[in-house]
Design a protein. Sequence first.
Length: 265
Amino acid sequence: MMDGFPHMAGDSVIFIGYRGRERRAQQACSTVNHTGKKDKRMGKMEQTTIAALYTLEETIAKELFDGLTYPWEALPLISDFIVRLGQSLPEDRYEQVKEHVWIAKSAKVFPSAYINGPAIIDEEAEVRQCAFIRGNAIVGKKAVVGNSTELKNVVLFNNVQVPHYNYVGDSILGYKAHMGAGSITSNVKSDKTLVVVKDGKEQMETGLKKFGAMLGDNVEVGCNSVLNPGSVIGKETNIYPTSCVRGVIPARSIYKNAENIVAKQ
């Protein structure tokens, strides 16, 4: 389920100080099994790593991922990172329009769009009519945030498109990822327990209550699909329209339904 408005920045986990956030995030997201011992099977979750999913050169937030292994480890760090990065952006290319909101001068933001900080809208991005950016959002170069789309605690890499009636919360979307009209990331479990990433019989506790989806580069999500909490979609995978997705979906696959996932030829 989507978390309800008006929760604002940093409502997934409460940390104090950027470095403290980083340490706590890494501790919370370490792999453990049900006995509480360190899980020795981490190698089998390699397809969920930052290296496997993303081209870091395609985001202004590259340094956000320094020292991290899994992309969801970055979720509690986004807010502080934006504030630090925004203060260093060149004034000839970016304008601080209000507290903790920086918009590239080449970006196009429609008058009816709402942007709450911390937020960075990168160069040549487009934020269309009635878009609602609730805070803790990085919108990459040439990315599109469309009509009535809502963002909260997200990183959109360059050329990402969330163009029509999308909800993207507590999620990271890789280079050229695209979400079809009406597709959403569901970022809170219905029983409000912590999100666990599951790949077949393997699983990894994240320590996060709010965790939407991690989409690798060039992922295509069909219209009106729901990506359940803790979904990880590998690079260049296509999700059929109206799908209900959960868990880890391999790279370069076609997801028709949970029982019919085929490798691309």
